[in-house]
Design a protein around this ligand. Structure first.
Ligand code: ADP
Ligand code: ZN
Length: 294
């Protein structure tokens, strides 16, 4: 198989570009996200070294326009990230490489990667969430990536916030104490005046974090009826959070839902593909868009 596919995971701080056909033969590079011109030029240079490239998939930070019939399809829309607002991402990659380009959010791409090769191969309705610099969620519903009015923005769910117990106002520039404003990595750092990765496992930060993560997850469980939830991102490097979050979810559901799957240890899990979920999902999108054409 000499034909190759490309994947780009475009993050706010770094780009991951890779070629291959799946986890078994992935070749990848990582570099920092700077200006669109400089960053896209680096990505194009990497892919040009592979003349048999058939298609490229992109999983990007957003907000972005994923709907094929929208005039701004393939653009980053309202990001505050300097230089990227309104950027025609798909157009730039297509012009640079002359191959078809598939496009979705970073978290939808990661969900798709997990569905094809990772921790969600055996379920058709599930969520992928990242808890890192922000909180983001992607959804596969009945075997398809979920879009609607643009794409989901699960990180900005509004949760009950007991200001007596936790007076921290939150970090979201739009909402203050939305989910991301209360529970992202920077929110933890700002609340406790120490980077999240320096707080020991017995620090009170983590019970509060588990509580906020569970509050958001319970709302999502009730809204989407997922068969599994994959929780990734830098904050989830604190592996002790998984059992705490599972416990809090049960406490909050309070026995309302009777499905045995909900209490199983494989209901809320880490990504099976680790840090490669996003770029592999982008690769899968490229492979499938190509299969759709021929
Ligand atoms: P991004 O969201 O930018 O794609 P990450 O998912 O790696 O990147 O998230 C980065 C955030 O994760 C940082 O803000 C940091 O607060 C947090 N983080 C990274 N490593 C750890 C760790 N070991 N424990 C707790 N928080 C961490
Ligand atoms: Zn918000």
């Amino acid at each position: 198989m000499s034909e190759l596919y490309g994947g780009i995971e475009a993050g706010g701080t770094k780009f991951v570009c890779a070629v291959g056909h799946g986890p078994h033969d992935l070749r990848e590079v990582r570099f920092p996200t700077t200006t669109p011109q400089e960053t896209i030029a680096r990505a194009v240079d990497f892919f040009r070294a592979f003349p048999t490239l058939r298609a490229v998939g992109i999983g990007s930070f957003g907000p972005l326009e994923p709907r094929l019939d929208a005039p701004t399809y393939g653009h980053i829309t309202t990001t505050p990230k300097p230089g990227w607002r309104g950027f025609d991402f798909v157009g730039a990659i297509r012009r640079g490489l002359g191959v078809p380009v598939a496009f979705d959010t970073d978290v939808n791409a990661a969900a798709w990667g997990e569905h094809r090769w990772g921790a969600a191969q055996d379920v058709r309705t599930f969520l992928y969430l990242t808890v890192g610099t922000g909180i983001g969620g992607g959804a596969v519903i009945a075997g398809s990536l979920h879009h609607g009015l643009g794409h989901p923005e699960m990180g900005h769910l509004l949760l009950p916030h007991d200001r007596q117990a936790d007076p921290f106002p939150g970090t979201c520039p739009y909402h203050g104490d939305c989910w991301e404003g209360l529970a992202s990595g920077p929110a933890i750092q700002s609340r406790w005046a120490a980077p999240a990765d320096t707080l020991p496992a017995d620090h009170p930060a983590w019970d509060l974090e588990a509580r906020y993560l569970a509050l958001g997850l319970v709302n999502l469980i009730l809204a989407y009826a997922p068969q599994r939830i994959i929780l990734g991102g830098g904050v989830m490097n604190q592996a002790h959070l998984y059992p705490r979050v599972r416990r809090e979810v049960q406490t909050l559901l309070h026995g309302y839902l009777a499905h045995a799957e909900l209490t199983a240890s494989d209901f809320i899990v880490p990504p099976g593909l680790g840090a490669q979920a996003g770029v592999l999902g982008a690769l899968a999108l490229a492979m499938e868009s190509d299969a759709g054409r021929s």
